[in-house]
Design a protein around this ligand. Structure first.
Ligand code: UDP
Ligand code: MG
Length: 316
């Protein structure tokens, strides 16, 4: 079973077209499917149109939010309620093309766990959208070590195991392929069609790039150091203390060799500042270690992920 997950925020003119093109793309596949539409607190007629659709077609499932929670939250809800073993999120504004879905599925069949869409010929504002996103994609691929051209493309296909249970915050839906790879999934990408928005308007501007970059820092930290936070805090702390010691030695050297008074250089200030910063950072690292242990142990989250087990029946 396929689950198509679509966040909807003020897309009244797009919904009927979207539904038609989805049905046209999915019915020939001969697989059962559901379309989970998450209405993210739309203020236009979207809700009414969605309800009508669901009344006519049992495969259409609707989740109505009480207010606008954002695209990531809407996608998260859709994934939580989806029952398919393949989950395909996409935008509800007709910029993605459901006709690409068969290609995504074919790629999954080759043995991949995640297939990401790549809007190679992107139809958005050059200066405001396409360029900043190029830069963001470059950064993400450098920092994460997972090389995709277009993290921001909503149209992706996931095997259920790699995406269920994942928690998405902020702008993080775009990082799912990264999470998935870090958990051992096989990820690839294929070019997909991207169309201009015909109805309604985009909900985003330039400020999203900053959010994405900040989220990236969090993702990187959580993924690589969340069970060893002291390595980050402590590492930074040790560097600060190193700087402090060097500044101190330099001050003493200047004093002994050139008779420079301590108060003539800013070095003593540097000694004290970086020493305090270093010690504080190490202490914060210890605090983070305690928090981390509470995090894992309170939810009895294991620090490992198992693919499968043979000939063992009892849970530990
Ligand atoms: N969307 C949403 N909640 C929001 C903003 C957007 O559910 O707060 C939906 C929107 O209806 C669309 C998708 O997320 O289906 C992508 O939004 P948009 O087209 O504005 O983003 P862009 O394509 O400009 O990046
Ligand atoms: Mg769009």
């Amino acid at each position: 079973m396929l689950s198509i997950v679509i966040p909807i925020y003020n897309e009244q003119d797009n919904i009927p077209l979207l539904y038609e093109s989805l049905v046209a793309a999915l019915e020939p596949l001969g697989q059962s499917f559901e379309v989970v539409l998450v209405n993210d607190g739309s203020a236009d007629q979207s809700e009414r149109i969605l309800m009508e659709l669901a009344g006519k077609d049992q495969r259409v499932k609707i989740i109505n939010f009480r207010r606008n929670f954002g695209q990531t939250a809407a996608m998260m809800a859709g994934i939580d309620y989806a029952v398919g073993d393949i989950i395909i999120p996409m935008d509800g504004d007709m910029q993605n093309d459901p006709a690409d879905i068969p290609q995504l599925l074919a790629k999954l069949d080759e043995g991949y766990d995640v297939v990401s869409g790549w809007r190679r010929d992107r139809k958005d504002h050059k200066l405001k959208r396409t360029l900043p996103s190029r830069l963001a994609n470059y950064l993400i691929s450098k920092i994460s070590g997972i090389h995709l051209h277009d993290y921001g493309c909503s149209l992706k296909a996931y095997r259920r195991q790699v995406i269920k249970g994942i928690k998405l915050y902020g702008e993080m839906h775009r990082f799912v392929p990264i999470y998935a790879t870090w958990q051992g999934a096989k990820v690839t990408e294929i070019p997909v069609t991207h169309r201009e928005r015909m109805h309604g308007s985009s909900k985003y501007g330039l400020e999203r790039v900053l959010k994405v970059v900040l989220d990236l820092v969090v993702v990187k930290f959580l993924a690589q150091y969340s069970n060893k936070p002291i390595y980050v805090f402590g590492g930074f702390g040790l560097i600060c203390i190193g700087i402090s010691i060097m500044a101190g030695l330099l001050a003493v050297y200047l004093k002994l060799v050139y008779k420079t008074s301590f108060i003539l250089t800013p070095l003593p200030l540097l000694v004290v500042m970086s020493f305090i910063t270093g010690i504080m950072s190490i202490l914060m690292g210890l605090l983070a270690e305690i928090i981390m242990r509470t995090y894992y142990e309170s939810q009895s989250k294991p620090v490992y992920l198992i693919k499968n087990i043979l000939n063992i029946n009892d849970k530990p």
